[in-house]
Design a protein around this ligand. Sequence first.
Ligand code: SF4
Length: 438
Amino acid sequence: MEQTQVQLAVQGRITPVMEEIAVKEGVSVQVIRENFARGRIVCPRNINRPCRNVGIGMGLSTKINASIGTSTDINNIDFEVAKARAAQEAGADTLMELSVGGDLDKVRREVLAAVDLPVGNVPLYQAFCEAIKKYGDPNKLDSQMLFDIIEKQCADGISFMAVHCGINLYTIERLEKQGYRYGGLVSKGGASMVAWMKANKRENPLYAEFDRVVEILRKYDVVLSLGNGLRAGSIADSFDRAMVQELLINCELAELGRKMGCQMMVEGPGHVPMDEIEANIILQKRMSNYAPYYMLGPLPTDIGAGYDHVAAAIGAAQSARFGADLICYITPAEHLALPNVQDVVEGVKVARLSAHIGDMGKLPEKTRMRDIAMSRARRDMDWEKQFANALFPEDARRIRDERSPTCDEKVCTMCGEFCANRASGKLFNEALNAGRKG
Ligand code: SF4
């Protein structure tokens, strides 16, 4: 059996995956190897499907995930393939295929074939869908069926899996003892698993048989992302005892899974107010021994519907700055409808922007040069250099071209004849030419 990146790193071996990540990120390969060995960096991959090597974790730039997938109302495979391709083109680093409607095997395989990004998923979705199809009741799901689905999805080439191992009977007890929540339960997989455990009066098989989950994912070198099934769907619930309990268990499991040789990541919330984001990240990092943290934004307000992608970008910039390693985008359709292609593109772009802003705080040495180059290009009114340094050059060029100046092609139509850069440039040309200011 092929060894995982963690196992190889622990043996002191440097792999081509580690070398590629080191070059892309500008980090010494020895540091990359050491962080793989300590469970602080992962690379979502699968021995059955070649895909891009994307490093996620300590000392690396913050990565962006785009989630797509059918619903029970809208299940068009071509639509999902188009969204997957649009997400890749817009600059997503990873993709999650989260279908719950239609032929789930077919949509997964077509999406996997359409992109070369690492693709993740949530196996509980298909498991509960199949239990409904077979028995007419999701609570009749049996653990053999669940583990067979996990194995099938790994064999198909999934690179990272959000598995809800951290919900156990003790977590549910915390939820019940604190009373119900303002925002209820918002994770589809989490809510379904809580219902299953209560109906069957049994422990979550993903927790009770955690070693079996690890064994399957380890076989394919897939990243086990510990799902946040009790994440808050309201900022008022952001630090409740049930959420903290699940996070604590997930952090414990992250360490256990890594010791068993599996690549591990922990999933975070959700809805978190701005002043609590830093504390959330410190808690996860300290309790998991700095395992990579995958934040779903977070959304720092509950009232941004229609512009939740912007609200999430504000939360994401904050979470990236404090150490989140992978950010799941939010689209303008969040809380309202299944996203379309345009929503996906918007979501990826604002998430990339938020990750860059966060990285300017997290990795200032590596990330600020492009902003400085842009400032110079603006001062000098060098439009081609501005487009070259912009995160979204096509959008920037299109907006300028649609409203181009008539008085002087160097300025723009914002101030026209009153262009401050042109006026001040004339005043300070001498200093610039003498090289006193770069
Ligand atoms: S016109 Fe105004 S906005 Fe446009 S380049 Fe000059 S100073 Fe900047």
